[in-house]
Design a protein around this ligand. Structure first.
Ligand code: ARG
Length: 477
Protein backbone atom coordinates (compact mmCIF):
# COMPACT_ATOMS: atom_id res chain seq x y z
CA UNK A 1 0.00 0.00 0.00
CA UNK A 2 1.27 3.42 -0.85
CA UNK A 3 -1.34 5.30 1.19
CA UNK A 4 -0.74 6.97 4.50
CA UNK A 5 -1.38 3.95 6.67
CA UNK A 6 -2.27 5.98 9.73
CA UNK A 7 -5.13 7.82 8.11
CA UNK A 8 -8.47 7.20 9.78
CA UNK A 9 -11.04 5.13 7.99
CA UNK A 10 -13.75 7.13 6.27
CA UNK A 11 -17.11 6.78 7.97
CA UNK A 12 -19.42 4.54 6.03
CA UNK A 13 -23.07 3.63 6.63
CA UNK A 14 -23.51 1.14 9.50
CA UNK A 15 -23.32 -2.50 8.51
CA UNK A 16 -26.25 -4.81 8.95
CA UNK A 17 -25.73 -7.34 11.75
CA UNK A 18 -25.30 -10.25 9.33
CA UNK A 19 -22.18 -8.56 7.99
CA UNK A 20 -20.11 -9.21 11.12
CA UNK A 21 -18.00 -12.34 11.17
CA UNK A 22 -19.65 -13.65 14.29
CA UNK A 23 -23.27 -12.37 13.95
CA UNK A 24 -24.99 -15.78 14.14
CA UNK A 25 -24.77 -16.09 17.91
CA UNK A 26 -26.15 -12.63 18.64
CA UNK A 27 -29.75 -11.46 18.79
CA UNK A 28 -29.21 -7.95 17.45
CA UNK A 29 -26.72 -5.56 15.96
CA UNK A 30 -23.82 -4.45 18.16
CA UNK A 31 -23.77 -1.06 19.83
CA UNK A 32 -22.24 1.27 17.24
CA UNK A 33 -19.94 3.11 19.59
CA UNK A 34 -18.64 0.01 21.34
CA UNK A 35 -18.15 -1.73 18.01
CA UNK A 36 -16.13 1.19 16.74
CA UNK A 37 -14.12 1.23 19.97
CA UNK A 38 -12.94 -2.32 19.51
CA UNK A 39 -12.51 -2.20 15.73
CA UNK A 40 -8.97 -2.08 14.38
CA UNK A 41 -9.30 -1.57 10.62
CA UNK A 42 -8.25 2.07 10.93
CA UNK A 43 -4.73 0.89 11.78
CA UNK A 44 -4.46 -2.81 10.92
CA UNK A 45 -5.11 -1.89 7.29
CA UNK A 46 -1.32 -1.77 7.12
CA UNK A 47 -1.52 -5.58 7.18
CA UNK A 48 -3.75 -5.74 4.08
CA UNK A 49 -1.23 -7.27 1.71
CA UNK A 50 0.01 -9.69 4.35
CA UNK A 51 -3.53 -10.81 5.08
CA UNK A 52 -4.17 -11.47 1.41
CA UNK A 53 -0.89 -13.36 1.06
CA UNK A 54 -1.72 -15.53 4.08
CA UNK A 55 -5.22 -16.23 2.76
CA UNK A 56 -3.93 -17.29 -0.65
CA UNK A 57 -1.57 -19.74 1.04
CA UNK A 58 -4.34 -20.96 3.34
CA UNK A 59 -6.61 -21.69 0.35
CA UNK A 60 -3.83 -23.87 -1.05
CA UNK A 61 -3.46 -25.65 2.28
CA UNK A 62 -7.22 -26.27 2.44
CA UNK A 63 -7.14 -27.60 -1.09
CA UNK A 64 -4.29 -29.90 -0.12
CA UNK A 65 -6.31 -31.09 2.88
CA UNK A 66 -9.28 -31.88 0.65
CA UNK A 67 -11.47 -29.17 2.21
CA UNK A 68 -11.68 -27.03 -0.92
CA UNK A 69 -12.29 -28.33 -4.41
CA UNK A 70 -9.67 -27.25 -6.95
CA UNK A 71 -12.10 -24.89 -8.73
CA UNK A 72 -13.20 -23.26 -5.47
CA UNK A 73 -9.61 -22.76 -4.38
CA UNK A 74 -8.72 -21.30 -7.77
CA UNK A 75 -11.70 -18.92 -7.63
CA UNK A 76 -10.66 -17.78 -4.14
CA UNK A 77 -7.10 -17.17 -5.25
CA UNK A 78 -8.13 -15.27 -8.36
CA UNK A 79 -10.44 -13.05 -6.33
CA UNK A 80 -7.78 -12.47 -3.67
CA UNK A 81 -5.23 -11.46 -6.30
CA UNK A 82 -7.81 -9.12 -7.76
CA UNK A 83 -8.51 -7.58 -4.35
CA UNK A 84 -4.78 -7.15 -3.74
CA UNK A 85 -4.37 -5.37 -7.08
CA UNK A 86 -7.19 -2.94 -6.30
CA UNK A 87 -5.67 -2.27 -2.88
CA UNK A 88 -2.31 -1.54 -4.47
CA UNK A 89 -3.79 0.85 -7.00
CA UNK A 90 -6.27 2.62 -4.73
CA UNK A 91 -5.03 3.63 -1.28
CA UNK A 92 -8.59 4.38 -0.16
CA UNK A 93 -9.82 0.90 -0.98
CA UNK A 94 -9.02 -0.65 2.41
CA UNK A 95 -11.66 1.08 4.50
CA UNK A 96 -15.19 0.54 5.73
CA UNK A 97 -16.99 -0.41 8.89
CA UNK A 98 -15.38 -3.81 9.06
CA UNK A 99 -14.08 -4.87 12.45
CA UNK A 100 -10.57 -5.48 11.21
CA UNK A 101 -8.51 -6.12 8.08
CA UNK A 102 -9.34 -9.84 8.19
CA UNK A 103 -13.06 -9.08 8.11
CA UNK A 104 -12.49 -6.53 5.35
CA UNK A 105 -10.72 -9.04 3.10
CA UNK A 106 -13.37 -11.69 3.76
CA UNK A 107 -16.19 -9.27 2.94
CA UNK A 108 -14.52 -8.31 -0.31
CA UNK A 109 -14.13 -11.97 -1.17
CA UNK A 110 -17.75 -12.83 -0.39
CA UNK A 111 -18.94 -9.87 -2.46
CA UNK A 112 -17.03 -11.30 -5.40
CA UNK A 113 -17.46 -15.07 -5.26
CA UNK A 114 -20.13 -15.78 -2.62
CA UNK A 115 -20.17 -19.22 -1.00
CA UNK A 116 -16.70 -20.36 -2.06
CA UNK A 117 -15.38 -17.38 -0.08
CA UNK A 118 -17.35 -18.53 2.96
CA UNK A 119 -15.32 -21.77 2.99
CA UNK A 120 -11.94 -20.02 3.26
CA UNK A 121 -12.15 -19.57 7.02
CA UNK A 122 -12.51 -23.33 7.57
CA UNK A 123 -10.21 -24.46 10.36
CA UNK A 124 -8.70 -21.00 10.72
CA UNK A 125 -9.02 -18.32 13.37
CA UNK A 126 -8.31 -14.63 13.28
CA UNK A 127 -6.12 -15.27 16.32
CA UNK A 128 -3.55 -17.08 14.20
CA UNK A 129 -4.26 -14.93 11.15
CA UNK A 130 -3.27 -11.73 12.93
CA UNK A 131 -0.12 -13.39 14.24
CA UNK A 132 0.77 -14.55 10.74
CA UNK A 133 0.06 -11.15 9.22
CA UNK A 134 2.26 -9.36 11.75
CA UNK A 135 5.09 -11.80 11.17
CA UNK A 136 4.83 -11.30 7.41
CA UNK A 137 4.64 -7.54 7.93
CA UNK A 138 7.80 -7.49 10.03
CA UNK A 139 9.55 -9.59 7.44
CA UNK A 140 8.96 -6.89 4.84
CA UNK A 141 9.41 -3.85 7.09
CA UNK A 142 12.44 -4.74 9.26
CA UNK A 143 14.73 -4.74 6.19
CA UNK A 144 13.50 -1.22 5.37
CA UNK A 145 14.58 -0.05 8.83
CA UNK A 146 17.86 -1.91 8.45
CA UNK A 147 18.46 -0.25 5.07
CA UNK A 148 17.92 3.19 6.64
CA UNK A 149 20.38 2.23 9.40
CA UNK A 150 22.99 1.29 6.80
CA UNK A 151 22.49 4.70 5.17
CA UNK A 152 23.17 6.42 8.49
CA UNK A 153 26.26 4.29 9.12
CA UNK A 154 27.43 5.25 5.63
CA UNK A 155 26.94 8.96 6.43
CA UNK A 156 29.03 8.52 9.61
CA UNK A 157 31.70 6.63 7.68
CA UNK A 158 31.85 9.43 5.10
CA UNK A 159 32.35 11.93 7.93
CA UNK A 160 35.08 9.73 9.43
CA UNK A 161 36.76 9.62 6.04
CA UNK A 162 36.54 13.39 5.59
CA UNK A 163 37.86 13.98 9.12
CA UNK A 164 41.19 12.39 8.14
CA UNK A 165 43.78 13.08 10.84
CA UNK A 166 41.88 15.93 12.56
CA UNK A 167 42.07 15.77 16.35
CA UNK A 168 39.36 16.54 18.87
CA UNK A 169 38.91 15.99 22.60
CA UNK A 170 37.07 12.94 23.84
CA UNK A 171 34.95 13.36 26.96
CA UNK A 172 34.01 11.59 30.13
CA UNK A 173 31.52 13.28 32.46
CA UNK A 174 31.34 15.88 29.67
CA UNK A 175 34.78 17.04 30.79
CA UNK A 176 37.71 16.95 28.38
CA UNK A 177 39.38 13.56 28.77
CA UNK A 178 41.91 12.55 26.10
CA UNK A 179 42.68 13.54 22.50
CA UNK A 180 41.16 11.33 19.79
CA UNK A 181 40.81 11.43 16.03
CA UNK A 182 37.50 13.01 15.05
CA UNK A 183 37.07 9.96 12.81
CA UNK A 184 37.12 7.78 15.93
CA UNK A 185 34.19 9.79 17.32
CA UNK A 186 32.09 9.31 14.17
CA UNK A 187 32.90 5.60 14.06
CA UNK A 188 31.87 5.22 17.71
CA UNK A 189 28.28 5.98 16.77
CA UNK A 190 28.53 3.70 13.74
CA UNK A 191 29.57 0.84 16.06
CA UNK A 192 26.39 1.19 18.15
CA UNK A 193 24.21 1.36 15.04
CA UNK A 194 25.68 -1.86 13.71
CA UNK A 195 24.51 -3.60 16.87
CA UNK A 196 21.05 -2.13 16.28
CA UNK A 197 21.09 -3.56 12.78
CA UNK A 198 21.80 -7.02 14.18
CA UNK A 199 19.09 -6.57 16.84
CA UNK A 200 16.46 -5.75 14.21
CA UNK A 201 17.61 -8.86 12.37
CA UNK A 202 17.14 -10.90 15.54
CA UNK A 203 13.55 -9.62 15.83
CA UNK A 204 13.00 -10.93 12.31
CA UNK A 205 14.43 -14.27 13.40
CA UNK A 206 11.92 -14.48 16.23
CA UNK A 207 9.06 -13.67 13.89
CA UNK A 208 10.19 -16.46 11.59
CA UNK A 209 7.78 -19.18 12.80
CA UNK A 210 4.55 -20.06 10.98
CA UNK A 211 1.50 -19.96 13.31
CA UNK A 212 -1.28 -21.32 11.02
CA UNK A 213 -2.62 -24.68 12.14
CA UNK A 214 -2.97 -23.37 15.69
CA UNK A 215 -6.68 -22.66 15.18
CA UNK A 216 -8.23 -20.43 17.81
CA UNK A 217 -6.10 -22.02 20.54
CA UNK A 218 -6.18 -25.85 20.41
CA UNK A 219 -5.02 -26.52 16.84
CA UNK A 220 -7.05 -27.38 13.77
CA UNK A 221 -8.91 -30.61 12.93
CA UNK A 222 -8.23 -30.42 9.19
CA UNK A 223 -5.27 -32.21 7.65
CA UNK A 224 -3.18 -29.10 7.08
CA UNK A 225 0.42 -29.79 6.05
CA UNK A 226 1.91 -27.08 8.25
CA UNK A 227 5.49 -27.79 7.19
CA UNK A 228 4.57 -27.29 3.53
CA UNK A 229 2.56 -24.20 4.40
CA UNK A 230 5.53 -22.77 6.31
CA UNK A 231 7.80 -23.38 3.31
CA UNK A 232 5.22 -21.89 0.97
CA UNK A 233 5.08 -18.72 3.09
CA UNK A 234 8.86 -18.55 3.45
CA UNK A 235 9.10 -19.48 7.14
CA UNK A 236 11.92 -21.66 8.39
CA UNK A 237 9.81 -23.35 11.07
CA UNK A 238 6.31 -23.90 12.49
CA UNK A 239 5.35 -22.65 15.97
CA UNK A 240 5.74 -25.24 18.72
CA UNK A 241 2.48 -24.94 20.69
CA UNK A 242 -0.96 -23.68 19.65
CA UNK A 243 -1.85 -22.17 23.06
CA UNK A 244 1.44 -20.29 23.15
CA UNK A 245 1.09 -19.26 19.50
CA UNK A 246 -2.33 -17.66 20.09
CA UNK A 247 -0.77 -15.09 22.41
CA UNK A 248 2.93 -15.12 21.54
CA UNK A 249 3.96 -11.61 20.61
CA UNK A 250 7.56 -11.94 21.76
CA UNK A 251 8.63 -11.00 18.25
CA UNK A 252 6.73 -7.73 18.67
CA UNK A 253 8.37 -7.07 22.05
CA UNK A 254 11.79 -7.75 20.56
CA UNK A 255 11.09 -5.48 17.58
CA UNK A 256 9.88 -2.72 19.94
CA UNK A 257 13.03 -3.13 22.01
CA UNK A 258 15.20 -2.98 18.91
CA UNK A 259 13.37 0.18 17.79
CA UNK A 260 13.58 1.79 21.24
CA UNK A 261 17.28 1.06 21.66
CA UNK A 262 18.05 2.32 18.16
CA UNK A 263 16.16 5.50 19.06
CA UNK A 264 18.26 5.78 22.23
CA UNK A 265 21.37 5.66 20.06
CA UNK A 266 19.95 8.24 17.65
CA UNK A 267 19.12 10.42 20.62
CA UNK A 268 22.70 10.24 21.83
CA UNK A 269 24.00 11.12 18.37
CA UNK A 270 21.55 14.02 18.36
CA UNK A 271 22.74 15.18 21.77
CA UNK A 272 26.41 15.04 20.75
CA UNK A 273 25.77 17.01 17.58
CA UNK A 274 23.55 19.55 19.36
CA UNK A 275 26.25 20.16 21.95
CA UNK A 276 29.21 20.09 19.55
CA UNK A 277 27.51 22.48 17.10
CA UNK A 278 26.68 25.02 19.81
CA UNK A 279 28.54 28.34 19.96
CA UNK A 280 30.27 27.13 23.13
CA UNK A 281 31.91 24.16 21.38
CA UNK A 282 31.82 25.08 17.68
CA UNK A 283 33.28 21.69 16.69
CA UNK A 284 30.64 20.98 14.05
CA UNK A 285 28.66 23.20 11.71
CA UNK A 286 25.20 22.03 10.68
CA UNK A 287 24.22 23.03 7.12
CA UNK A 288 21.48 25.64 6.80
CA UNK A 289 19.24 23.24 4.89
CA UNK A 290 18.71 21.02 7.94
CA UNK A 291 18.55 23.79 10.55
CA UNK A 292 15.71 26.08 11.52
CA UNK A 293 15.53 29.72 12.52
CA UNK A 294 13.77 31.60 15.28
CA UNK A 295 10.66 33.66 14.65
CA UNK A 296 11.98 36.25 17.08
CA UNK A 297 15.79 36.09 17.32
CA UNK A 298 17.31 36.74 13.88
CA UNK A 299 20.71 35.26 14.77
CA UNK A 300 19.43 31.79 15.72
CA UNK A 301 20.20 28.62 13.81
CA UNK A 302 18.60 25.76 15.67
CA UNK A 303 19.11 21.99 15.38
CA UNK A 304 15.36 21.24 15.50
CA UNK A 305 15.48 17.90 13.63
CA UNK A 306 17.94 16.54 16.19
CA UNK A 307 15.89 17.82 19.10
CA UNK A 308 12.85 16.07 17.65
CA UNK A 309 14.76 12.82 17.31
CA UNK A 310 15.77 13.14 20.97
CA UNK A 311 12.17 13.95 21.91
CA UNK A 312 10.62 11.13 19.89
CA UNK A 313 12.88 8.65 21.65
CA UNK A 314 10.54 9.00 24.63
CA UNK A 315 7.66 7.73 22.51
CA UNK A 316 9.59 4.73 21.28
CA UNK A 317 10.59 3.81 24.83
CA UNK A 318 6.96 4.35 25.87
CA UNK A 319 5.72 1.91 23.23
CA UNK A 320 8.00 -0.81 24.58
CA UNK A 321 7.12 -0.15 28.23
CA UNK A 322 3.40 0.19 27.47
CA UNK A 323 3.33 -3.00 25.45
CA UNK A 324 5.15 -5.07 28.11
CA UNK A 325 2.67 -3.74 30.67
CA UNK A 326 -0.22 -4.76 28.41
CA UNK A 327 1.15 -8.31 28.16
CA UNK A 328 2.05 -8.98 31.76
CA UNK A 329 -1.33 -9.96 33.21
CA UNK A 330 -2.79 -11.87 30.27
CA UNK A 331 -4.16 -15.34 30.85
CA UNK A 332 -3.11 -18.05 28.37
CA UNK A 333 -4.56 -18.00 24.88
CA UNK A 334 -5.74 -15.05 22.82
CA UNK A 335 -7.07 -11.93 24.54
CA UNK A 336 -8.16 -8.79 22.77
CA UNK A 337 -5.54 -6.83 24.71
CA UNK A 338 -3.14 -8.22 22.13
CA UNK A 339 -4.63 -5.93 19.51
CA UNK A 340 -2.67 -3.14 21.21
CA UNK A 341 0.51 -4.58 19.68
CA UNK A 342 -0.15 -3.00 16.32
CA UNK A 343 -0.42 0.71 17.08
CA UNK A 344 2.69 0.42 19.26
CA UNK A 345 4.64 -1.39 16.58
CA UNK A 346 3.48 0.76 13.68
CA UNK A 347 4.21 4.01 15.46
CA UNK A 348 7.60 2.75 16.67
CA UNK A 349 8.46 1.80 13.10
CA UNK A 350 7.27 5.10 11.62
CA UNK A 351 9.05 7.09 14.32
CA UNK A 352 12.29 5.19 13.86
CA UNK A 353 12.28 5.40 10.08
CA UNK A 354 11.62 9.15 10.09
CA UNK A 355 14.27 9.70 12.75
CA UNK A 356 16.85 7.62 10.88
CA UNK A 357 16.30 9.60 7.71
CA UNK A 358 16.43 12.98 9.45
CA UNK A 359 19.59 12.02 11.37
CA UNK A 360 21.24 10.78 8.17
CA UNK A 361 20.50 14.10 6.47
CA UNK A 362 21.96 16.09 9.37
CA UNK A 363 25.08 13.91 9.68
CA UNK A 364 25.64 14.21 5.94
CA UNK A 365 25.45 18.00 6.26
CA UNK A 366 28.04 18.44 9.02
CA UNK A 367 31.29 20.32 8.54
CA UNK A 368 34.00 19.56 11.06
CA UNK A 369 35.79 22.66 12.40
CA UNK A 370 39.46 21.71 13.05
CA UNK A 371 40.22 25.30 14.11
CA UNK A 372 38.04 24.61 17.13
CA UNK A 373 38.59 20.90 17.78
CA UNK A 374 42.40 20.80 17.58
CA UNK A 375 43.23 23.47 20.19
CA UNK A 376 40.61 21.88 22.46
CA UNK A 377 42.39 18.53 22.10
CA UNK A 378 45.59 19.82 23.69
CA UNK A 379 46.33 21.21 27.16
CA UNK A 380 45.47 19.28 30.31
CA UNK A 381 44.09 16.38 28.25
CA UNK A 382 47.69 15.24 27.95
CA UNK A 383 48.08 14.56 31.67
CA UNK A 384 47.65 10.80 31.23
CA UNK A 385 50.40 10.84 28.63
CA UNK A 386 52.73 12.68 31.00
CA UNK A 387 52.06 9.95 33.56
CA UNK A 388 52.70 7.28 30.91
CA UNK A 389 56.02 9.02 30.14
CA UNK A 390 57.11 8.47 33.74
CA UNK A 391 55.80 4.90 33.76
CA UNK A 392 57.99 4.18 30.71
CA UNK A 393 60.91 5.31 32.88
CA UNK A 394 60.14 2.96 35.70
CA UNK A 395 57.78 4.98 37.91
CA UNK A 396 54.80 2.97 39.27
CA UNK A 397 51.59 4.32 37.69
CA UNK A 398 49.94 5.39 40.98
CA UNK A 399 53.07 7.37 41.88
CA UNK A 400 53.22 8.94 38.38
CA UNK A 401 49.51 9.86 38.64
CA UNK A 402 50.25 11.72 41.87
CA UNK A 403 53.25 13.59 40.43
CA UNK A 404 51.31 14.68 37.37
CA UNK A 405 48.32 15.68 39.53
CA UNK A 406 50.68 18.06 41.32
CA UNK A 407 51.95 19.50 38.04
CA UNK A 408 48.35 20.03 36.83
CA UNK A 409 47.43 21.78 40.09
CA UNK A 410 50.39 24.19 39.74
CA UNK A 411 49.75 24.83 36.04
CA UNK A 412 46.06 25.59 36.63
CA UNK A 413 46.93 27.94 39.50
CA UNK A 414 49.41 29.76 37.26
CA UNK A 415 47.16 29.81 34.22
CA UNK A 416 49.77 27.79 32.35
CA UNK A 417 50.03 24.72 30.14
CA UNK A 418 52.40 21.71 29.74
CA UNK A 419 54.32 23.25 26.78
CA UNK A 420 55.21 26.31 28.90
CA UNK A 421 57.24 24.20 31.34
CA UNK A 422 61.04 24.49 31.03
CA UNK A 423 63.26 21.42 31.24
CA UNK A 424 64.29 22.52 34.74
CA UNK A 425 60.71 22.89 35.87
CA UNK A 426 59.90 19.37 34.57
CA UNK A 427 62.89 17.93 36.40
CA UNK A 428 61.82 19.77 39.51
CA UNK A 429 58.79 17.48 39.66
CA UNK A 430 60.76 14.30 38.88
CA UNK A 431 64.35 13.90 37.77
CA UNK A 432 63.28 11.22 35.24
CA UNK A 433 61.71 13.91 32.99
CA UNK A 434 64.24 14.25 30.14
CA UNK A 435 64.80 17.01 27.58
CA UNK A 436 62.48 15.20 25.16
CA UNK A 437 59.40 15.59 27.35
CA UNK A 438 58.12 18.78 25.72
CA UNK A 439 58.25 17.25 22.23
CA UNK A 440 56.74 13.95 23.44
CA UNK A 441 53.71 15.46 25.12
CA UNK A 442 51.49 16.51 22.23
CA UNK A 443 47.95 15.55 21.26
CA UNK A 444 49.20 13.93 18.04
CA UNK A 445 51.79 11.87 19.94
CA UNK A 446 49.12 10.84 22.46
CA UNK A 447 46.86 9.51 19.69
CA UNK A 448 49.77 7.72 18.00
CA UNK A 449 50.86 6.17 21.28
CA UNK A 450 47.65 4.10 21.59
CA UNK A 451 48.22 0.43 20.89
CA UNK A 452 44.97 -1.55 20.84
CA UNK A 453 42.76 -2.24 17.82
CA UNK A 454 39.76 -0.48 19.36
CA UNK A 455 41.84 2.61 20.19
CA UNK A 456 42.14 5.93 18.42
CA UNK A 457 45.56 4.98 17.03
CA UNK A 458 45.46 6.19 13.38
CA UNK A 459 46.14 2.75 11.87
CA UNK A 460 43.45 1.24 14.06
CA UNK A 461 40.94 3.90 13.02
CA UNK A 462 41.83 3.35 9.36
CA UNK A 463 41.23 -0.37 9.80
CA UNK A 464 37.93 0.29 11.60
CA UNK A 465 36.79 2.54 8.75
CA UNK A 466 37.73 -0.12 6.20
CA UNK A 467 35.76 -2.68 8.21
CA UNK A 468 32.68 -0.42 8.32
CA UNK A 469 32.93 0.10 4.57
CA UNK A 470 33.09 -3.62 3.92
CA UNK A 471 30.05 -4.07 6.14
CA UNK A 472 28.11 -1.35 4.29
CA UNK A 473 28.98 -2.91 0.93
CA UNK A 474 27.91 -6.35 2.14
CA UNK A 475 24.63 -5.06 3.55
CA UNK A 476 23.86 -3.14 0.38
CA UNK A 477 24.66 -6.02 -1.99
N1 ARG B 1 -7.98 -7.38 15.48
C1 ARG B 1 -7.59 -8.50 16.28
C2 ARG B 1 -6.21 -8.27 16.82
O1 ARG B 1 -5.56 -7.40 16.35
C3 ARG B 1 -7.59 -9.73 15.44
C4 ARG B 1 -7.84 -10.99 16.21
C5 ARG B 1 -9.23 -10.98 16.69
N2 ARG B 1 -9.59 -12.20 17.34
C6 ARG B 1 -10.61 -12.26 18.13
N3 ARG B 1 -10.87 -13.40 18.66
N4 ARG B 1 -11.35 -11.21 18.43
O2 ARG B 1 -5.75 -8.92 17.71
Amino acid sequence: MTSDPGRATATRPAMTDSQHLWSGRFAGAPDEEVFRFQASLAFDRRLFEDDVEGSIAWSEALEGAGVLAAEEAAAIRAALSDIREIGRRDPDFVSGNDEDVHAFVERQLVERIGDAARRLHTGRSRNEQVSLDLRLYLRRRLPVLQGALVDLVAALAAQADRAGSVLMPSYTHLRRAQPVLAAHFFLAHAAALRRDHARLGAAGGEADAMPLGSGAVAGTSYAIDTAALARRLGFSRVVANSIDAAADRDFVSTALHACALTMVHLSRIAEDVIVFSSEEFGYLEIADRVATGSSLMPQKKNPDPLELVRGKTGRAIGHLAGWLAAMKGLPSGYNKDLQEDKEALFDAETTLLGSLRATTAVIGSLTLQPARTEPAAAGMLLATDVADYLVARGVPFRRAHEVVGGIVRDLLAGGRDFPSLTAEEWRGYDERFGDDVGARITARAAVEARRTPQSTRPEAVRAALADVRTWIATERS
